[in-house]
Ligand binder design. Sequence first.
Ligand code: NAG
Length: 239
Amino acid sequence: MKMKELLLVLSCVLSVSADALHKDLHIDGCSDFDGEFMFGLDGEELAYTDFNKQTLVYPQPPFIDPMRYEEGAYELAVAEQQTCKHNLQAFGKGMKDFPLERDAPSAVMIYTRDEVEVGEKNTLICHVTGFYPAPVNVSWTKNGEKVTEGTSINVPYLNKDGSFTQISRLQFTPQLGDIYSCAVEHLALPQPTTKIYEVEASQSAPGVGPAVFCGVGLTVGLLGVAAGTFFLIKGNECS
Ligand SMILES: *[C@@H]1O[C@H](CO)[C@@H](O)[C@H](O)[C@H]1NC(C)=O
């Protein structure tokens, strides 16, 4: 027993020291119709380049200690994109337009950011992962009609295995019976993968489950005590 505990403690210490290593990430990539330039740290996106708005975007919420990259980071990104596109053309010619590897998303999930309260603002999240190459297109519907207002999508995030993750968000106010969907398009998907989210009554009445379990548990427990007492008295009477 002691040995086991010791091993457990040891393995904790080992994993802690392994966790203390940080992972710095920089992606600089391009395709014929898209480009990406981003910085990450420990699995978080610190900054990415918005080539339409011609600026570096810092997507972290303001309560994180602000950090900025040096002046000229955007210009560097633009220059790197030119190099990347140039190389891409050269590789394409050199390798006779090699066929691109294609992996459809391995998982698409839809869920809400906060616990659902009918009538209270919330965010629906469509989490797409395991695809290659980036990006995916995500479109939203509410009760069968296309929604664009209040939607956003982050730039592709590179996973450890070389595939990508993208997260699309839709701001919404849950109303009973409303049905939302997110549809994901990817090069490797013959048709879009769609996930449905329905605002249901049970979600707006949390606490019923635990209360029922507690009630049933208590009842069974009390019955046990009653039966025990009964047999105890019976037993005493006999002797
Ligand atoms: C995403 O949408 C754009 C514009 O409609 C389209 O050109 C592109 O082919 C789409 N990408 C995928 C992977 O379906």
